[in-house]
Design a protein around this ligand. Structure first.
Ligand code: SAM
Length: 204
């Protein structure tokens, strides 16, 4: 998975590669899906949600431009796999999941995978985590109709927000870098994520 799907597509940052090598993806899916855990696809995790394709997770993390010690916000915990990768690269990871059963399962997954320095809560991540702001970096793992202003407001100057923005069917991965006066925005890869459902996302 790492050699072909990640390094083979140009993501060769040794820290990202090492984090993937150290994080067994099969611990984050149902036993029945273990045989497909290292395939080049998203995988179902229940409640209509998915664990994203490995390359897409690596790409979003590459675009975050993390530095050791960074405080990161992740919106859309899902299985907790991406959280586990982030936890190996950042100083502290804060993650929000809307669906309580998924959040509970993610905690179990982190216990099995010995993941530490993660703070998790259930709620509407489109509003961010104001009491813990500012964050040095933010990644949203679900598709938003537009960039939630609350997230941008909680991003530290110079920090990056990576978020898929578009329709429910197709989006573009945007990178927003917080500046003194607002944000510098770049459109990167086309993508297709499940919807961000919440006050500053899609309606349920
Ligand atoms: N990266 C995750 C992983 O490693 O398993 C997969 C994330 S999955 C593609 C998107 C997740 O976002 C789903 O679990 C979904 O329930 C969650 N979600 C959707 N809207 C949300 C919101 N407003 N706040 C928090 N989580 C949300």
């Amino acid at each position: 998975m790492v050699r072909q799907q990640i390094m083979g597509r140009g993501i060769d940052d040794p820290d990202i590669v090492e984090a993937f090598l150290a994080t067994p993806r099969h611990l984050f899916v149902d036993e029945a899906l273990c045989g497909r855990a290292y395939s080049d696809t998203p995988l179902p995790i229940g409640w209509g949600q998915t664990l994203s394709q490995p390359y897409m997770i690596a790409r979003m993390i590459q675009l975050l431009g993390l530095r050791p010690g960074d405080k990161v916000l992740e919106v859309g915990t899902g299985s907790g796999f991406q959280t586990a990768i982030l936890a190996r690269l950042a100083g502290a990871v804060y993650t929000i999941e809307r669906l309580e059963p998924l959040a509970r399962r993610a905690r179990e997954n982190w216990r099995h995978a010995a993941v530490s320095h993660v703070r998790a809560r259930v709620g509407d991540g489109s509003l961010g985590w104001p009491s813990e702001a500012p964050f040095a970096a933010m990644v949203v793992s679900a598709a938003a109709p537009s960039v939630p202003p609350a997230l941008l407001a909680q991003l530290a100057p110079g920090g990056n927000l990576v978020i898929p923005v578009g329709s429910a069917a197709r989006q573009v991965l945007k990178v927003l870098q917080r500046t003194e006066s607002g944000a510098r925005v770049e459109d990167r890869d086309p993508c297709a994520f499940v919807r961000l459902i919440g006050r500053e996302g899609f309606a349920e």
